[in-house]
Design a protein around this ligand. Sequence first.
Ligand code: AMP
Ligand code: GLY
Length: 431
Amino acid sequence: MRVLVIGSGGREHALVWKLRQSARVRKVICVPGNGGIGRDVRCFPISPLDFASLSELVRKEQIDLVLVGPEAPLAAGLADHFAAEGTRVLGPCKDAARLESSKVFAKEFMARHGIPTAHFSIHRDPREALAVLDSRETRYPVVVKADGLAGGKGVVVARTAEEARDAVRRIMIEREFGRAGEQIVLEEFLEGTEASFIVFTDGKTVLPAVLAQDHKAAYDGDRGPNTGGMGAYSTDTLLAPDVREQVLHSVVYPVIDGMNAEGTVFRGILYAGLMLTSAGPKVLEFNVRMGDPEAQVILPRLASDFGMLCEALCEGRLVSYQASWTFAATVCVVLASGGYPGAYEKGRSISGLEMAGEDKRIVIFHSGTRCENTGYVTDGGRVLGVTAVAEDLASAVMAAYEAVNKVHFEGMHCRRDIGARALHLFQGGYA
Ligand code: AMP
Ligand code: GLY
């Protein structure tokens, strides 16, 4: 099988890395890829939204399966496009992708199907939203969410009415995220622990991946602004087996069944961002793809053949696939450019990668890197995902940070407490 992976992040590097281990996969190519992916497989500088050029590439390279990493091409209908051309594609159709591309759609869908989530109201008129924020019934913090895709930045947890009003103004009036701010969701603030519950599905069978936990805030102790994700870990102890079952029955199956009942088959990867509250797991958001960095800790734990999984999913026979996962623990520490998630500089040379990768427990996935004659240079906000696979979480954390300490580029920053809360070492971090 010849596979095209679409995307350019650490997630896509992990997908490419895993596919290359598959007995079913003869060739992998990537669009547009990054410096590290380009060392492993051939990359093509095509926009993931340029459907015509992608089709041409698929024909020329005789691609048997397209795996779509990020949400934007799915929301724009790339899966529908390839399906119409008879190309197998792993990723949901445009209508199903609304679970991620429209928070309004997702909330109304959850309400229709009794899926547990925060209480909410939807507003098309900023004056109406501001009036709700001023009313005596509104409790703070409150969460303000732009309806459409905003690269993870369209959600504001507002501690005060002032902050919430400011968020409404920026999203709806100043249109900081463009059309994504035509509508907003005002949502009850949920307290608890977050978990990323990711499943593979062909619309009939559901195959849950191992659990992962992302660390979204920029700085240690979950302080600072939200980012795309500064690190993640995966262990079997993240969620008790009975809670896992509860999530499948209260969230995952109702999504798949609800989609089918509404005439839209969800085929691909469904990611439920959960808050584990004292009243049980509730959905914060849906994504219609793998998480990043979650993919970097989940895929190394898959022991069975990933190429076969993709093939079975696309052919609607996931029921026949025997998945197995290792008991190992994984940790991924994201190394980011100085300034990220705000403005940052690119083109800083990266050193120490070879030395860091000498440890057999370490895999380094590239996100924002470019390959130049002199070596790798930074080319994005999140630059590298240093991932460790070990027998338990403590060893994985130690190995990951040992490797992190060998890598350097000017301005580099990372969180020093990835996985720390799970180890009850929250105070000091590891370094
Ligand atoms: P979302 O993109 O909707 O997942 O929101 C991004 C992040 O904002 C989440 O990962 C949470 O950390 C936080 N968040 C979103 N909704 C809520 C909520 N209702 N209560 C508390 N935190 C939230
Ligand atoms: N790590 C969060 C996401 O992929 O959306």
